[in-house]
Unconditional design. Structure first.
Length: 518
C-alpha cells in the first residue's frame, strides 16, 4: 500500500456520527486512536434530517449517509450525486422483461432462504451473500422504485409468502396466521426501505468494519463478493436479540412480527457468515453467535475500555453533597427500561426520603418513551425525587455527582456507563444482561432485569452502607486500571485490522502468481 493509509469502511446504524450513546463513543474512540487508518463512515439513519453530534477527526471526515425512512426513493438521498441522465437510463432499462428475468429469481431466492424456519440447511453463506451482492449489482443499473413497485414483484412476493405458509403450516396452520393483502403490502414496503443499502454505492476500501450485525453490514457482504474485501463484525448489543425484543413489544400482527423476525435473523446470519472475524465486546454474545452459525474460531472478544485519566474519582459537588444521590446515564428508550429505575426510586424513598435520582441522556431520541417516563414519575409522586436531567456537557463529571450509579437495561453489551462509573470509584447496581456482570465482576451489585424491588433494595444497601460503598468503589477503580483501559481495547482492534489486511495482501500476491503462471 506504500505510504497510503489503509481505508476502513465503518458501518453504523442509528449511532455515529449523528446520535450519541455508547456505540457512538466507541466509534469516536476507534477513529481517533487508530490514526494510521482512514475511516469512511457508512451511516444508516431513520430519517434524512440529521445533525453531526461529533467533531470528526482528520482521518474520518468522509461520511456516506443512508436514510432508511423519510424518502420515497434512493434518488432523493443515496443517489443524489448520480447524474440525472444516468437515473433516466436506469428507468428506461427497468422493463417488465428485465424484472421478470433478472430480479424475480433473486427475490424468490431471498424469500425462500429468509422464510425457511427450522430448516437446518437454510443458511449457505456463499449463496446468501451472493444473492445480496447480485441484487446490489442489479440495482447498480436498474431503478429501485420501478422494480419494487412493479406488479410482477408484487406477484412474486405474495406467491412466495402464501406458498411458505401453506408448506410450513400444513394441517396445523392457524387461520389467523394467513396474512392479508394489507399485511403483505406492509411487509413488502419494509423490504423496500430496510434493504436500502442494496441501492447505494459501496466505497471500495481495504477493510469493512460493521458495528452491528444488521443492515449496515450488507455493505461488507457486498464488498466481500465484489472485491474480496475482508470484513469484521463488532457486536455491541446482540442486534438480532434486541430486534426480537422490540418486535415482540410492538402492535404488529402475528404475521408482521414473524416476517420482521425472519428478516432480522436472516440479515444477522448473513453478516456472521461473511465476516472473517466476529469481535463481540462481551463473551455473553457468543451465546447467540455460535448457534447462528459462527465458528468459535472466528470469534474474538475485545472488551471496551475507558480512559482512567479522564474518569477519575472526585468528591461530590456542593449541590449534591449531604444527601444520597443515584446517577443514571443512558439514552432514554425502551431497552434502557428507565421505568424500572423510576419504580425502584419509590422503594429507596421509603428508607431514604431525601434520595435524589438524576438520569442524564438525550430526551429527544424517543420522545414518546420520555413522555411515558414523565407520566410514571407523576403517577408515583416522584417529581421531587426523580429527575430526567437531559444531556450533560461533561460526561467525566456525571458519575461523581452521585454516590452510586444505576443501570436498569433489559439488553446491553459491555456498557461504557458501567466502566466509566467504576473508573470514577462509584459502585454500580446493574441488571444481569449482556456483559454487565462480566464488567462488574463482583465489584458492584447485579439484580434481575425488570425487578424494581430488588433494584431498589440493592441501591438502598449501597446508599446506607458507607463502608461497603467505598470498598466496592475502590476495587472497581482498580479493576478498570488492570483490565479495561482504552489502550487495551484499541490495541485489540489494531491487531485484528493488521491480521486481516496482511491476509488480504497474501491472497492478492497468490492470485497474481497464479495469474502469471497461467
Amino acid at each position: 500500500m506504500g505510504d497510503r493509509h489503509p481505508e476502513v469502511l465503518l458501518c453504523t446504524e442509528g449511532s455515529y456520527p449523528y446520535v450519541g450513546g455508547g456505540v457512538s463513543t466507541w466509534c469516536d474512540i476507534l477513529c481517533r486512536e487508530l490514526s494510521e487508518y482512514e475511516f469512511i463512515t457508512y451511516a444508516l439513519t431513520g430519517a434524512p434530517e440529521v445533525t453531526l453530534r461529533f467533531e470528526l477527526p482528520a482521518n474520518a471526515q468522509r461520511v456516506t449517509h443512508l436514510p432508511v425512512w423519510g424518502v420515497s426513493e434512493p434518488a432523493e438521498s443515496v443517489l443524489a450525486d448520480v447524474p440525472a441522465s444516468q437515473l433516466r437510463e436506469r428507468r428506461r432499462a427497468t422493463t417488465p422483461e428485465v424484472i421478470q428475468t433478472e430480479f424475480a429469481p433473486l427475490l424468490r431466492a431471498l424469500l425462500r432462504k429468509m422464510l425457511s424456519r427450522g430448516d437446518p440447511d437454510r443458511l449457505h453463506p456463499v449463496d446468501d451473500g451472493q444473492v445480496m451482492w447480485q441484487l446490489w449489482r442489479y440495482f447498480s443499473g436498474r431503478d429501485w422504485k420501478l422494480t419494487w413497485r412493479s406488479w410482477l414483484t408484487w406477484q412474486v412476493f405474495t406467491d412466495s409468502i402464501l406458498a411458505t405458509y401453506a408448506r410450513v403450516g400444513g394441517d396445523h396452520k392457524l387461520p389467523a396466521e394467513t396474512p392479508s393483502m394489507g399485511e403483505m403490502a406492509t411487509a413488502l414496503r419494509w423490504l423496500y426501505h430496510y434493504l436500502t443499502p442494496l441501492s447505494a454505492p459501496v466505497p471500495q476500501t481495504d477493510l469493512v468494519h460493521t458495528t452491528i450485525a444488521g443492515f449496515p453490514g450488507l455493505a461488507g457482504v457486498i464488498a466481500k463478493h465484489e472485491w474480496g474485501t475482508p470484513m469484521l463484525v463488532t457486536e455491541h448489543g446482540v442486534w438480532v436479540r434486541e430486534r426480537y425484543i422490540a418486535i415482540s413489544a410492538s402492535d404488529f400482527s402475528l404475521f408482521e412480527k414473524r416476517f420482521l423476525m425472519d428478516l432480522s435473523r436472516y440479515i444477522a446470519e448473513i453478516n456472521y457468515a461473511c465476516a472473517d472475524v466476529v469481535a463481540p465486546v462481551t463473551n455473553f454474545n457468543r451465546r447467540w453467535e455460535v448457534p447462528s452459525g459462527v465458528d468459535p474460531k472466528r470469534i474474538e472478544t475485545i472488551f471496551n475500555g475507558v480512559d482512567p485519566g479522564l474518569f477519575v474519582p472526585r468528591r461530590k459537588p456542593p449541590e449534591t453533597d449531604g444527601r444520597p444521590v443515584v446517577i443514571g446515564a443512558a439514552r432514554l428508550f425502551p431497552l434502557k427500561d428507565i421505568e424500572t429505575m423510576i419504580r425502584s426510586a419509590e422503594v429507596v424513598r421509603q428508607e431514604l426520603p431525601n434520595v435524589e435520582f438524576r438520569v442524564y441522556g438525550s430526551l429527544e431520541a424517543d420522545v414518546e418513551y420520555v413522555a411515558r417516563c414523565r407520566a410514571l414519575i407523576s403517577e408515583l409522586g416522584l417529581e421531587a425525587t426523580f429527575q430526567l436531567a437531559g444531556h450533560h456537557s461533561n460526561p467525566a463529571e456525571v458519575y461523581t455527582e452521585g454516590d452510586v450509579t444505576a443501570l436498569s437495561s433489559i439488553s446491553e453489551a459491555f456498557p461504557y456507563t458501567v466502566l466509566e462509573s467504576m473508573s470514577c470509584a462509584r459502585p454500580v447496581v446493574g441488571t444481569d444482561v449482556g456483559g454487565v456482570s462480566e464488567a462488574l465482576d463482583g465489584f458492584g451489585i447485579i439484580v434481575p432485569p425488570r425487578d424494581h424491588v430488588a433494584f431498589g433494595q440493592a441501591l438502598t444497601l449501597l446508599l446506607t452502607n458507607h463502608g461497603l460503598r467505598t470498598q466496592l468503589g475502590r476495587q472497581a477503580r482498580e479493576w478498570v486500571l488492570s483490565r479495561f483501559r482504552v489502550g487495551n481495547s484499541v490495541d485489540g482492534y489494531r491487531r485484528v485490522y493488521a491480521r486481516l489486511l496482511d491476509g488480504r495482501a497474501e491472497e492478492s500476491a497468490l492470485a497474481k502468481r497464479l495469474e502469471t503462471a497461467a
